[in-house]
Design a protein around this ligand. Structure first.
Ligand code: AMP
Length: 414
């Protein structure tokens, strides 16, 4: 492999640009959160929240309840513990027809525990309304569920598998559903419920209001929102480590030996219009640079051992689209603010979650879509799990065997 001679180290005459200031959090500055009466809920619902010890709305409630009361579809990015159950439960109770037909609201949950918990919470919120709430989940007595269904409850909280059993037996129909909630949608995906959820949604009237809650936004969840929801309003309260929501994140599992091959397959795709490629070390940046140059790619390199002049020149060539690809180390890319980077590629996994967030934040700027691809060897997978935990997101797994398919699908580009 031809290796370009490294330039002699010359201390830079002025320091690299300082890091970009931390991005503002997604929440507006905290004024006093509204009370439930201020959110316009009926007195008997306000009374129930008071009896449950709720004094003021949580952030997800303050932002989701007005949207849901207006009848709009909603994507809520929030975790368990944020108060999301009341965020969808209260608007449903407010707008439910009482007395009215059975199964006006359908709440799908990934696990039996969550199903029971949500049914209990909604039941408490409904304590001053004559509304029936029934939980339906696998492993529970079919008889209890059938008896419950005979009471024509307006709200059904269910796991997808057992709900489908009831639909097949015709013990339940979804023809009157006006509100559908997908709670913890990302976990439903993890549990293998994706096809069941879609099958169920297709049996509900298209005129329904749909609310989707998910702590992370994997590809399937986004697709669900675009296929089954009408112009949903997104409400996100996941805190400041949240990644830009328009970034798709994939990782590609490959061996060390396959990394260059995998990378070049991706770079060959015209969908990778402008790519910023990160390496952990200056040496790797130089090595990769010479490999890509010999293979004929339009690429330049940026790292701290280069002179200021060479760094400026590299940046200028990238910024002015003279080259399509820039290889950079973390430090060199600090504060790099180029609006139109379609893909960030982590040739090496960053050492820390903060570094990952910083790298990924170089794409999807100014509301554009972006893709973050990380090449991962099996031993690096723990670093990725750490990143996922800290950033509260999920990075979708792919293998080198899927590269053709990924390239065919535009490497995630919109
Ligand atoms: P959830 O995220 O829906 O699982 O709710 C987490 C916990 O917070 C539950 O025990 C709720 O009863 C409680 N909770 C929900 N909303 C509020 C509120 N506005 N004030 C105080 N506690 C709340």
């Amino acid at each position: 492999m031809p290796i370009r001679s490294r330039r002699p180290f010359r201390p830079s005459p002025r320091p690299l640009r300082p890091p970009a200031p931390p991005a503002a959090g997604p929440e507006p500055p905290a004024a006093a959160p509204p009370t439930f009466a201020e959110l316009g809920l009926a007195p008997e619902l306000v009374q129930a929240t008071t009896e449950m010890g709720f004094e003021r709305a949580t952030p997800i409630q303050a932002r989701a309840i007005p949207v849901a009361l207006a009848g709009r579809d909603l994507v809520g990015q929030a975790q368990t513990g944020s108060g999301k159950t009341a965020a969808f439960g209260l608007p449903i109770l407010e707008r439910l027809e009482v007395p009215g037909p059975p199964t006006q609201a359908l709440i799908l949950c990934p696990t039996r525990e969550l199903t029971v918990q949500v049914a209990e919470e909604v039941g408490r919120l409904a304590s001053h309304r004559a509304v029936g709430v029934l939980s339906i989940f696998g492993g529970d007595s079919m008889r209890r569920q059938l008896t419950g269904l005979h009471q024509h409850p307006q709200i059904i909280v269910a796991t997808p598998g057992r709900l489908l059993d009831h639909l097949q037996r015709r013990s339940l129909s979804l023809g009157e559903v006006r509100f559908a909630v997908l709670d913890e949608a990302d976990r439903m995906l993890d549990m293998g419920f994706a096809p069941d959820v879609e099958r169920i949604l297709r049996q509900t009237p298209p005129s329904r209001q749909t609310m989707l809650f998910s702590a992370t936004m994997p590809e399937w969840v986004r697709r669900l929102a675009s296929r089954y929801m009408r112009d949903p309003e997104t409400v996100s309260v996941t805190g400041h480590t949240e990644l830009v929501p328009t970034v798709r994140q994939w990782y590609i599992e490959c061996s060390w030996a396959d990394k260059v091959e995998a990378l070049t397959r991706l770079l060959d795709s015209p969908a990778v219009r402008v790519g910023l490629i990160f390496t952990e070390t200056k040496r790797n940046a130089d090595l990769l640079h010479s490999v890509l140059l010999t293979r004929g790619y339009d690429v330049t390199v940026l790292h701290g051992d280069l002179s200021q002049r060479d760094r400026d020149a590299a940046l200028e060539r990238f910024r002015s689209s003279t080259v399509r690809f820039l290889i950079a180390t973390n430090v060199a890319a600090r504060g790099l603010d180029i609006e139109d980077i379609s893909h960030v590629i982590n040739y090496d996994v960053p050492a820390t979650p903060e570094e990952y967030v910083h790298r990924v934040g170089r794409t999807a700027r100014a509301g554009r879509e972006g893709v973050a691809l990380t090449l991962i060897t099996p031993i690096e997978i723990l670093k990725l799990r750490d990143i996922e935990r800290h950033t509260n997101t999920r990075v979708e797994r792919h293998t080198t065997g899927e590269l053709d398919e990924l390239v065919g699908a535009g490497v995630g580009a919109a």
